[in-house]
Design a protein. Sequence first.
Length: 443
Amino acid sequence: MDQQIKDPSIVAPERTRRGSRWRGFLTGCLVLAVLAGIVWWTRQQAAPPQAGGGRNAGPMSIVPETIGKGDIGVSLNALGTVTSLATVTIRSQISGYLMKIDFKEGDEVKKGDLIAEIDSRPYEATLAQAKGQLARDEAQLKGAQVDLTRYQNLAAQNAVPHQTLDTQVALVAQYQGTVEADRASVKSAEVNLQYCHIVSPINGRVGLRLVDLGNYVTPGDTNGLVVITQLEPISVLFTLPEDNLQAVAKRLKEGAVLPAVAYDRSGANKLAEGSLQTFDSQIDATTGTIKLRAQFENDKRTLFPNQFVNVRLLLDTHKDATTMSTAGIQRGVPGTFVYLVNADSTVSVRPVKLGVTDGDRVEVLSGLVAGDRIVIDGADKLREGAKVVVRSAADAANPAAAAKGTASGAANGAAKGDGKGDSKDGADPGGGHHKRSEDGQKK
């Protein structure tokens, strides 16, 4: 038999083509598998979460609050700066050497307390000289007055010319003027001598000393000796928008005392309580604000000049208003709303209209009445008709205990669902599945 022997050069290309087709097939399968995996992962990511939102989900754990009645204040918040009612730079009114400093830095001084003393010897000598000049001129005046009396008696008898009498009258007047000038010189010397003892003109706190003992001080010194600042009482200057001016002016015109409270920079800690005194006579055109001054007793020294504070001005108080916690406010498609807790342990959406806010309380103008219960914690995953489990505010502060209680409630709910079935999707306790119409009857 004749056997046909294939040429190796022909067999090798056929095997290469078969291997290429097989590798192409495997590559196509791999690409399809990758695409199928991407599609599956995308659908899983796009699927809506079922936790807390499905019909079969367990009840959500919430903290309720009962709506009540109370007073709520209409307050205006502003930024302010503490300003002293009196700041005095003590300067010498005479020239001389500083002989004594009678204060310690940071001391509290009263009006009239001695601050410092200046060398008084030159001024004592000037006073003594002025008093001697006054005594001499008073003696001359007395002699001239005696001569005037004598000339008046003689002139009545026509014993002396009237010219002599007139001259003596003018001389007495001259001496009287000289005596008055001498007395003024004595008074000036006494004042200068008093200026050697520098006293505090106000009640306040002494700052850091600006001049050391032994220096020669003059009235022209720029820095002065020391600065005394009044701290009690003290004021706060703050600004409000011009739109609030009419309301503030109306309340002050009615004679109302508007309480003002100063808080620290964070706005959390109350520093002092006071009252509004007045407002400026013009509006700042560049900012559209007006400046106001509130006064504080500051007996605890919690306010210090140039300190930055937050001011809350109580403009008015709404009596017996319906109030709720700001934690219960929700905002969404219905607008401003709350979740109302129903008697059957479900919640419903209740739109509300709010008024003024005072701290963590807000006034409810419509939508709620006293006695209603609303959700103030745990409203993140709630919806209309969702079932809830009420927990206390103490549980809200302890997330671990709350989570444990929620898990227990969910487990109980799941167990009940496994035993009884879901009334909404038609699961029959006997094991069969039946469709239900909208009225709940089996078909």
